[in-house]
Ligand binder design. Sequence first.
Ligand code: GRF
Length: 191
Amino acid sequence: MNKSLSKVVVLISGSGSNLASIIQNAEKIGIKIECVISNKADAFGLKRAANANITTAIIDNFNFKTRQDFDQALAEKINQFSPKLIILAGFMRILSADFISQFEGKILNIHPALLPKFKGLNTHQRAIDSGEKFAGASVHFVTNELDSGEVIMQKSVEISAAETAKTLAKKVLKQEHILYPKAIQKVLENL
Ligand code: GRF
């Protein structure tokens, strides 16, 4: 049965709540997480992975002089697993053009906004400040331009009158956990 599962690698930098949801849904959506790689040694997501008996690796960007060197080490580690997809789940590093072109069409990211609105950081506060009625999350392919690759799936939530960036982040994150596994499944079906 395991033979039909698609191999993936997940990259994280922090809490890894999206990773937890992907782990939980892995078999259902037909993936096997071969490795979780973090650029931060203290990322809580590494514990989540270890608890699920998933191989982990730390590639700390502070140990590399240049972005290129870091990306090369990252690519070498990823290539050890020959994954079908590279899933960014709260990975807070911008990847170089070289890296992205090596894995074109295989890198997914989740962004906490309804792209193409609110690329970059601080999305929730910016959505509230702009008077938006809806916020949400988008899963998209990663390209050279930040948060600009083709959107695969989105989920929106309503912004209430009393909304703060914190309450909105919580609301959106809950939807991210539902959205990301579905979007991964959709991509794999179309590969
Ligand atoms: C999520 O909000 C995701 O959209 C963004 O980073 C956050 C990661 O959260 N890219 P977690 O580490 O999955 O809990």
